[in-house]
Design a protein around this ligand. Structure first.
Ligand SMILES: C[S@@+](CC[C@H](N)C(=O)[O-])C[C@H]1O[C@@H](n2cnc3c(N)ncnc32)[C@H](O)[C@@H]1O
Length: 253
């Protein structure tokens, strides 16, 4: 399937890679993280509980696990799942159907050119996505654009731990063991070599927080967990000139 807007050759490679590994993506996550990935997504979902009422966008939803975690904590909100890999979405569909989940519409689209009007979502969530975007600034700008004033932008991703010694152990696990597990479980060494390399190349948690601020988000904060290997960032979409008028009560005059 052709997703309008995906013309960058690096983005096309990322999309082809996720389509290749889609069928074994969930099981690989479970093996690689000792089953912890669901708990991490639940923490990300918990961050949107305080967002204003309204629909949530789960950006690059993949096989839909974060969208489901968000639905669990916001049962009254629709959660739209977008991803540019039809292969990943085709793994999400039966999962949603098995859970009789009817309020998670899925859409094939590019995170860098979202097919939504400005300010329509109460929150935008993403798990293990931002480091895969070929243009982080544009991705964050799109997340901010489609989020309503007062809404939240939430990102969860892997990061290098800082503790000396543990950092080295994690590096050996991630760079040497994970590609072997990827070969055995998914049959795709390249994808699971790309994974640690993409983490290595990506911004540190303070660097990502700065990029979020540059994208216009306010009150950006982050925390690490998973022994310092996972970072959860949350930013608030500020009110802009003109927003106040549209919320103001009618004048008494
Ligand atoms: C590591 S997976 C994460 C999937 C899911 N969010 C999760 O929690 O497991 C990264 C996902 O990002 C998607 N992706 C990467 N770049 C994208 C883009 N520019 N537009 C839409 N989806 C993108 C990939 O297709 C893949 O499904």
């Amino acid at each position: 399937m052709v997703v309008a807007g995906v013309v960058d050759p690096n983005a096309a490679r990322v999309r082809a890679m996720f389509t290749r590994i889609a069928r074994r993506y969930d099981i690989m996550n479970t093996i690689m993280t000792g089953g912890r990935h669901h708990a991490w997504r639940r923490l990300a979902a918990g961050a949107v509980v305080g967002a204003p009422p309204g629909p949530v966008l789960d950006l690059a939803t993949g096989t839909g696990d974060l969208a489901l975690a968000v639905r669990a904590v916001r049962p009254s909100s629709m959660v739209v799942g977008v991803d540019f890999s039809e292969g990943m979405l085709s793994q999400a569909r039966p999962k949603l159907a098995r859970r009789r989940e009817t309020r998670v519409p899925l859409l094939a689209a590019d995170a860098l050119a979202l097919p939504f009007r400005d300010r329509v979502f109460a929150a935008v969530t993403s798990a293990f996505v931002v480091r895969n975007l070929v243009d982080l600034a544009r991705g964050l700008a799109e997340m901010r654009r489609v989020t309503m004033p007062g809404g939240l932008v939430v990102t969860l991703d892997i990061t290098r731990p800082r503790v000396p010694g543990w950092d080295r152990v994690f590096g050996i696990y991630f760079h040497r063991i994970v590609p072997i597990i990827g070969t055995l479980v998914v049959g795709d060494r390249a994808a699971y070599t790309y994974l640690p390399e993409s983490v290595e190349r990506f911004a540190s948690p303070p660097g990502l927080a700065d990029a979020m601020r540059r994208a216009g988000l306010r009150d950006v904060r982050y925390r690490r967990f998973g022994f310092g290997t996972i970072a959860l960032h949350v930013g608030v979409v500020a009110y802009r000139p003109g927003d106040v008028d549209s919320f103001a009560a009618p004048s008494a005059d």
